[in-house]
Design a protein around this ligand. Structure first.
Ligand code: NAP
Length: 282
């Protein structure tokens, strides 16, 4: 079994991004909005800020109180859309419940030119049609990890467990672009283990601790664990029963240190692209 080490690969990607950023005439800038005090969201936002520092980007944080409200949130997005010095904007999910927030409306309000999280319908549409644009961070991170290890997707059976707009669906589109034969599974899928056992590349993105067991994996498969299940304290564990699955597969991602750092690296990549587009460089 070989480990697909996202920490190492993302560090290489960040070095490359930092180099490109140094050669730009503008300093890329990412604005992150966080509403409320969800501890997991705080960790994610801090990690994004740290990555910005690492690659020499300017980062702006807008930490808004839980009761800010949709209207004020949208007017901040509008302000950031109009600020030419800001290249990427993201609003950390989830927004607090019970305060009338509409997450989709916030995603739609972010200018597609600054939509580095790829949640705007225009960005999603371009992705589906194969037009140039930002790539969804987590799925693009998975592809970059596979590329780094020299694992081709062409002609492979790729099975994705999870059909969310953030991971499962865009993951399927990126795998299709690489000529994989893709199956997407979800909570209503029958005989799930029969399908996952067909996978040359199995991607778990369901958010259920150690759900993928050794019996669900074909010998020699590549197993990608997108899941991030928070345990007591700050520990994070995956959707794959790593201990028992690792011995059966050819490659596997650890959690933490697998897909997570790649997601952040791809966010930096999108912010760089946004800055280049703003400067008419690409
Ligand atoms: P989500 O929106 O909750 O979607 C979960 C998906 O899993 C749904 O499509 C659901 O099916 C499916 N599912 C749930 N139980 C299932 C079961 N028993 N059998 C088959 N499918 C099942 O989650 P998400 O946002 O995609 O995130 C998934 C996981 O990835 C979470 O742990 C999240 O924290 C993690 N994540 C990690 C990163 C990273 O950077 N590493 C980034 C994003 C997300 P239905 O559609 O039928 O309900």
């Amino acid at each position: 079994m070989n480990l697909l080490n996202g920490k190492e690969v993302s560090a290489k990607v960040l070095v490359q991004i930092a180099q490109e950023a140094r050669d730009l005439s503008v300093q890329p800038c990412l604005a992150v909005i966080i509403v409320g005090d969800d501890p997991a969201s705080r960790i994610y936002v801090n990690n994004k800020k740290k990555a910005c520092e690492q690659v020499g980007f300017r980062s702006l944080e807008f930490a808004l109180p839980t009761e800010t409200g949709q209207e004020k949130l949208l007017s901040l997005v509008d302000e950031l859309n109009r600020d030419a010095s800001v290249h990427g904007i993201l609003c950390q999910a989830p927004l607090p419940r019970g305060y009338g927030y509409d997450e989709r409306a916030v995603c739609r309000a972010i200018s597609p030119a600054k939509d580095v999280d790829c949640f705007h319908p225009e960005t999603a549409g371009k992705l589906l049609l194969g037009e140039a644009g930002f790539l969804p961070c987590t799925p693009a991170g998975v592809i970059a990890l596979l590329d780094d290890a020299g694992i081709s997707l062409s002609g492979k059976q790729v099975v994705i467990v999870g059909r969310s707009n953030i991971v499962g669906k865009p993951m399927a589109i990126l795998a299709l672009r690489r000529d994989a034969t893709v199956t997407i599974c979800h909570s209503k899928t029958k005989d799930l283990a029969k399908i996952t056992r067909r996978a040359d590349i199995l991607i778990a993105a369901l958010g259920k601790l150690h759900f993928i067991t050794a019996e669900m994996v074909k010998d020699g498969a590549v197993v990608i664990d997108v899941g991030m299940n928070r345990m007591e304290g700050k520990k994070v564990r995956g959707d794959v029963d790593f201990e028992n699955v690792a011995g059966k597969c050819s490659f596997i991602t650890p959690v933490p240190g697998g897909v997570g750092p790649m997601t952040i690296a791809m966010l930096m990549q999108n912010t760089l692209t946004a800055a280049k587009m703003a400067a008419n460089i690409c």
